[in-house]
Design a protein around this ligand. Structure first.
Ligand SMILES: NC(=O)C1=CN([C@@H]2O[C@H](COP(=O)(O)OP(=O)(O)OC[C@H]3O[C@@H](n4cnc5c(N)ncnc54)[C@H](OP(=O)(O)O)[C@@H]3O)[C@@H](O)[C@H]2O)C=CC1
Ligand SMILES: CC(=O)N[C@@H](CCC(=O)OP(=O)(O)O)C(=O)O
Length: 323
């Protein structure tokens, strides 16, 4: 028998996860289960797609996470009548919609205050998080002009595709799934709009995600010639711009320039941030070129971790609580 918390019993912050049985929702539940400062409202499994019951719980919550496909997220947002309810949406539905605040506290000065004040928070996409963490500081510092053409590749574990892709990979037996699989080859990936809006770049990057036969872990790489930067830019200046932008950030770690020590026999480990809420930022450089890289756990800073971090910021709590 599932116990459904009787909302209204306590004065703790009430939290509801719409999509509690999905990949992102389950992980948020795991994180919240460790905490004594929030009361988690649960929907009976057989009612989890019942609009009336979802609406009731969404409006009973102080904070509601939407861990749903885009259409169901839009539906959920339209159900809110309680002005106190703060929505934190993990889907793509609202990331560039006016009235929604982008849930990346490290984006720029003032973003935490915006998240604190907002009642509608759109969590970044997993690929977009890594891309924006790399590009925004360089555009802000004037090292990259907004009209610079940029390209990016993202290597991601299959959990990024949610329950269906996880089932497909874990069923086994399909040799096609044993190799890395590039996708997004129409060059219209759903994260491109937020990548542009949040970096200030005038054109979308040429973006190729690649899904591989590992559960989680993600790394975005952005190759650039130094000639594409503002005159006089050196790898050291790029590195310094990251160090300035992320000074004091507990969830962004700027690694030493051309950090060979981080490589395993010369190979980059895309899984090294797994089970953390961290993004690691790297600048690999030669005399004429740089390769910018950012890695994260796609289910951590790329999804559930970021969502919980935003809740903490919104509530004025220690930002790393539970993470
Ligand atoms: N996985 C990842 O790395 C990331 C995912 N996201 C985004 O977060 C959102 C959730 O993703 P993820 O957890 O991976 O997806 P999943 O497919 O694993 O889970 C989605 C959940 O939503 C439920 N659901 C679908 N429609 C409805 C509805 N109408 N009402 C209530 N529940 C519904 C599904 O039910 P059922 O169990 O019946 O299928 C499922 O449990 C998506 O928008 C995704 O794109 C964002 C960042 C990263
Ligand atoms: C492997 C895989 O399919 N990954 C997903 C990204 C998951 C994600 O971040 O998507 P949201 O925009 O919903 O947050 C994709 O590229 O579409």
């Amino acid at each position: 028998m599932v116990r459904i918390v009787d909302e209204g019993r306590s004065d703790m912050t009430k939290v509801y996860v719409d999509g509690q049985e999905g990949t992102t929702g389950l992980r948020i539940h795991e994180v919240l289960a460790e905490r004594g400062d929030v009361e988690v409202l649960r929907i009976a499994p057989e009612l989890r797609k019942d609009p009336a019951e979802r609406a009731r719980l969404l409006n009973a919550a102080d904070v509601a996470f939407l861990c749903l496909p885009d259409a169901a997220s839009r539906e959920a947002a339209a159900m809110i009548t309680n002005p106190r309810t703060c929505l934190i949406d993990a889907s793509t539905a609202h990331r560039t919609v006016p009235g929604w605040t982008y849930g990346l506290p490290e984006l720029c000065a003032g973003q935490r205050d915006a998240i604190r004040a907002a009642k509608r928070i759109a969590n970044p996409g997993c690929h977009a998080t890594a891309f924006i963490v790399l590009l925004r500081p360089l555009v802000d510092a004037g090292l990259i002009a907004p009209d610079t053409p940029v390209s990016a590749t993202s290597l991601t574990g299959y959990s990024g595709g949610g329950k269906k892709m996880i089932e497909q990979y874990e069923a086994g037996g399909d040799p096609l799934l044993q190799a890395p699989r590039p996708y997004g080859l129409t060059l219209g990936h759903k994260h491109l709009p937020e990548m542009m809006v949040q970096t200030g770049l005038a054109q979308p990057p040429v973006f190729m995600p690649v899904v591989g036969p590992f559960y989680k872990g993600l790394a975005v790489s952005v190759p650039l010639h130094l000639s594409q930067f503002a005159a006089g830019t050196t790898p050291e200046k790029i590195q310094a711009a990251y160090e300035r932008h992320y000074a004091g950030e507990r969830f962004v770690r700027v690694m030493p320039l051309s950090d060979a020590a981080t490589l395993e026999g010369g190979f980059f480990d895309v899984q090294a941030c797994n089970n953390t809420n961290r993004v690691d930022v790297f600048v690999f450089a030669s005399a004429t070129q740089v390769l910018l890289m950012a890695r994260e756990d796609n289910l951590g800073k790329g999804a559930s971790g970021a969502a919980v971090q935003c809740m903490n910021v919104h509530l004025g709590l220690d930002e790393g609580l539970g993470l």
